[in-house]
Design a binder for this molecule. Structure first.
Ligand code: ME8
Length: 721
């Protein structure tokens, strides 16, 4: 076991890197794409360096959270997981991510491996049975210290009290060993903020960890005691070894494990560092398995000032950006805009600004100018320049600086700096072209001299492009492949395999090379690009595509502010044809958003008819008792409060237009009535899943709305009818 707590020297010929495996309770968004794209870029660079690389991603499919989401969607957990796992995989394929393996925790190979790991830990005396009574956060699938009602420190939700006979892992036995290990391996976890946080967590004392559950069944049965399922984090973390064949009897699988384990890099989001930097190494030490070499945490991608997350509903999909600007634009933005390890905001504006500035007007324009001129002046064949390329010292110096600096910065996860540096080469090449103006022949210059200048300048600029393109390949793989073709260098993948992209030297573009046809790389994004992306997001929300996953439908035209239930429904806007005498019944509880002016002057008869609803209409409205768990103001929204409410069977977020009347803290714990089946809608980038009921005083619309409630104690989730 002593062997496990020393770090193996970094391997030179293998590199095994992993993303977190994503929960299948909702569809992928940009946050997931961010971590996976970073891994993809690293994997591509490692392969280009000639390193035998294995890149693993996958989905985390067990646990109470998935079981509940599936139930809500009316599906079995397996059916539910199949749909969402398929969506993750399809998205990674659409974005061209070069993963070597995609593991699902419901696969037999994983189940077998987890059972072996559990049995090993038990056989070695690190697992024992006892009773756990305490708090559990289902959203994070994490145990939380504190009395009933404790708020989860990670997500801010109220924890649930759990009392179960469980298996426990002797985590407390690893406190000292972990601290020694961190001390001996300062690069094991980074960035520094993560390292500090983890060390202080361990120093504050480790308690034994419950590693099985009995109150639900969607998990991997504990071998020999099948009424228990393995704790979902023990199950999930093991994916990094089960995907390499841990637990398999097949010699080929065992070889894979021997070859690639320990992992060189686990890339994770910062919120799951405790699981990766404390629990995972402790499990491995206990099982006698070597520890991964490094764990790197990315910061959070924020949208509308909050972590982009499915539970807040403030998500943007990678598909939208791919559709409008292409996957390379997204990759470039994420790696250039956000210093790795820090939080960074995503906005469509910033994305388009970067795209136009750096890609369309920068690199793309440079390539297009040079390739077009090479065709125009030299029939697309790199002219003979003798030693002329060598003479261009300033550009050559910029290219050599890029060769020397890009790799080390990239390998240190300073992607943003690496790109910034590389773009000085792009700018330098651009300036060089402009200064030499090979397209313009001054009258005093002879034809022969001008042709010589054109040859020298275009060949030199093309050489700078070749170097920039080789370096940028891991980040812009699609565009770099196109440029490689245009430079007449063939398939960039082949060049990558032969280490031509990393073994770079000035002067590699040979005279006589036949350029490919010019093709557009990054067409300038016009003003409507942002609208298109926003519309795609709105349409996607509105089309209820999440139905399979049980996610909510977002109303297609959200109102700026919530409409109170107490308002009299406005009549429907008449269609182009005159309204039918007996219009289709409208569920009274569904508030009408901004009615068209004609609607307000609709015939009186129509208004009156619509004031009655049938009992069938009424029963469509699902009114429920809920309790406010979290209430907070929303930055830059004066009227809205963000509430998290507990319906007993489910927790959810609703937004309510009562910020002017209620101090958020005073609302916590209040029981209210909500419309539970109101179509979700987005306000200020956040999703509201329901509406609270309040009486407004008819004579004074500005007075405080009175929240509906009960004198008696009513259980959460009780239906009003
Ligand atoms: O935590 N910004 O899965 P998950 C940056 N199943 N990264 C983000 C992000 C954001 N706004 N949102 C998500 C789980 N991510 C567990 C992991 S691993 C053995 C088990 C990325 O679906 C980031 O990598 O909640 C984060 O750690 C991960 O997605 C969480 O995905």
């Amino acid at each position: 076991m002593a062997k496990t707590s020393t770090q193996t020297a970094p391997s030179t010929e293998h590199f095994y890197l992993t993303t977190p495996i994503y929960y299948v309770n909702a569809r992928p968004h940009l946050g997931h794409a961010y971590s996976t794209i970073v891994c993809d870029a690293i994997a591509r660079r490692k392969r280009a360096l000639g390193i035998d690389t294995r890149f693993l991603t996958g989905t985390d499919e067990h646990g109470q959270k998935i079981e509940r989401s599936a139930r809500l969607a009316g599906k079995t957990p397996q059916e539910f997981a199949d749909v969402i796992a398929g969506e993750f995989r399809a998205l990674w394929d659409r974005l061209g991510l070069s993963y070597d393996d995609f593991i699902r925790t419901t696969e037999p190979r994983h189940i077998r491996g987890v059972q072996k790991l559990f049995a090993t830990l038990r056989d070695k005396g690190y697992i024992y049975k006892s009773t756990y009574t305490g708090q559990y956060c289902v959203s994070d699938e994490a145990y939380v210290d504190g009395p009933p009602g404790t708020i989860c420190p990670t997500c801010g939700r109220v924890t649930e009290t759990v009392s179960e006979e469980n298996y426990f892992f002797k985590l407390s036995a690893f406190e000292r060993k972990l601290l020694q290990f961190y001390e001996a391996n300062p690069n094991f976890m980074q960035p520094e903020s993560t390292r500090r946080e983890v060390i202080s967590f361990v120093r504050s004392g480790l308690k034994d960890l419950s590693v099985s559950r009995t109150s639900f069944s969607w998990g991997i049965p504990v071998p020999g005691d099948e009424k228990h399922v393995v704790y979902v984090w023990l199950d999930a973390l093991a994916n990094y070894i089960t995907a390499l064949g841990y637990g398999s009897d097949d010699p080929a699988e065992q070889k894979k494990f021997e070859k690639f384990w320990p992992a060189d890099l686990h890339l994770i989001g910062k919120e799951i560092s405790r699981f990766h930097c404390v629990y995972w190494p402790a499990f491995l030490m206990a099982a006698g398995i070597p520890l991964p070499k490094s764990i790197r945490a990315n910061g959070w991608l924020l949208f509308d000032d909050a972590k982009m997350s499915k539970s807040l509903g403030n998500i943007v999909r990678a598909e939208t950006i791919d559709e409008v600007l292409g996957a390379d634009a997204l990759r470039y933005f994420l790696l250039r805009e956000i210093p790795f390890g820090q939080d960074g905001s995503f906005t469509f504006d910033a994305l388009v600004r970067r795209y136009n500035g750096d890609l369309a007007n920068g690199y793309g324009n440079l390539v297009s100018r040079v390739v077009n001129m090479m065709h125009k002046f030299f029939g697309g064949v790199v002219p003979e320049t003798g030693a002329a390329i060598e003479a261009e010292t300033a550009l050559r110096a910029a290219a050599e600086r890029a060769i020397n600096e890009f790799g080390p910065a990239f390998d240190e996860f300073n992607f943003s700096e690496a790109l910034k540096g590389l773009w000085t080469l792009v700018a330098e090449a651009d300036g060089y072209l402009t200064a030499n103006a090979p397209w313009k022949k001054p009258t005093e210059r002879s034809d022969a001299d001008h042709t010589a200048l054109q040859a020298r300048v275009l060949a030199t600029a093309a050489e700078a492009i070749r170097i920039a393109t080789a370096l940028i390949y891991p980040i812009l793989p699609v565009s770099a492949a196109k440029v490689w073709q245009q430079l007449g260098l063939g398939e960039i993948q082949d060049a990558a395999k032969q280490a031509f992209l990393t073994n770079l030297q000035w002067g590699g573009l040979k005279a006589g090379t036949k350029f490919g046809e010019p093709a557009p790389l990054f067409p300038r994004a016009e003003k409507d690009a942002i609208d298109r992306m926003q519309n795609l997001e709105n349409e996607n929300n509105a089309s209820a595509v999440d139905a399979a996953a049980g996610n909510k439908i977002v109303a297609p035209t959200p109102a700026a502010e919530p409409v109170k239930f107490a308002e009299v429904p406005k009549p429907e806007a008449p269609a182009e044809k005159p309204a039918p005498a007996a219009p289709a019944a409208v569920p009274a509880a569904v508030p009408q958003t901004a009615a068209a002016p004609e609607a307000q002057s609709a015939p009186q008869q129509l208004v009156e008819e619509k004031q009655f609803i049938t009992i069938d209409d009424f029963v469509k409205v699902d009114l429920r008792v809920a309790q406010i768990l979290v209430a907070e103001r929303i930055p830059k929204a004066d009227k809205l409060l963000r509430l998290e409410v507990d319906l007993g069977y489910e927790k959810r977020q609703i937004l309510a237009g009562i910020a002017a009347y209620y101090e958020p803290e005073k609302l916590i714990g209040r029981k209210i009535v909500i419309v539970a089946n109101l179509a979700p809608r987005k306000m200020r980038g956040l999703e509201s899943n329901g509406m609270l009921l309040a009486a407004s005083l008819p004579d004074n619309p500005d007075s405080t709305p009175v929240l509906a409630g009960f004198l008696e104690d009513v259980p959460l989730g009780a239906r009003l009818k």
